[in-house]
Write a protein that binds this ligand. Structure first.
Ligand SMILES: CC(C)(COP(=O)(O)OP(=O)(O)OC[C@H]1O[C@@H](n2cnc3c(N)ncnc32)[C@H](O)[C@@H]1OP(=O)(O)O)[C@@H](O)C(=O)NCCC(=O)NCCS
Length: 149
């Protein structure tokens, strides 16, 4: 089994990221009425690292890392539904931490969907409010979490 957390490098990688996000995260149940923007400024922002997570050459997940202060904010983590709960998300998280450490980051933050809090707790993340504005706006249904790396 080979894994690779790859920064988007081709139109196919971008398409895989959008496809997985739409299947897992931007669903009608999670975001009723939302029109997904394939050219969102938060994605086209060059300092934001977008990833496709490959398993044996097949895209099975995605995430994004936005630098902030001494660390980075982990955004939009997803593993395709048929492959969830098989250990892949833990590998994605470990490879993302390798990437962040290699860039001198000391800490990560994220807005965890409530049903993903248990996943992050198993990986050593703890609840901590790190951005009141996000928590009061688009992350109001989330639990803010952090992990030193
Ligand atoms: C959350 C997600 C990324 C986790 O990836 P995954 O590949 O399913 O997770 P893993 O199989 O590596 O799980 C690692 C551990 O966390 C546990 N776990 C996984 N998802 C969990 C959840 N939702 N709640 C509680 N525990 C969970 C697993 O049982 C496993 O525990 P174990 O080591 O004791 O067996 C994935 O399930 C997913 O994409 N979910 C839907 C989208 C989502 O919620 N994304 C996060 C937004 S913040």
């Amino acid at each position: 089994m080979t894994y690779e957390l790859r920064e988007l490098a081709s139109p196919e990688d971008w398409e895989a990221m959008h496809r997985i996000r739409l299947e897992v995260l931007f669903t009608a149940e999670r975001h009723p009425g939302l029109v997904y923007d394939r050219a969102h400024p938060h994605d086209t922002e060059p300092t934001h690292s977008k990833f496709v997570f490959m398993h044996d050459g097949v895209p099975i997940g995605t995430t994004r890392l936005d630098p902030r202060g001494e660390g980075g904010i982990v955004r939009l983590v997803a593993i395709v539904p048929p492959l969830q709960r098989q250990g892949h998300g833990s590998v994605l998280e470990a490879l993302l931490i390798d990437y962040a450490r290699a860039r001198g980051m000391k800490r990560l933050w994220l807005n965890a969907a409530r049903d993903a809090v248990g996943f992050y707790e198993k990986l050593g993340w703890t609840a901590e409010v790190w951005d009141e504005v996000e928590l009061a706006t688009f992350a109001h249904n989330c639990v803010q979490m952090t992990k030193p790396i």
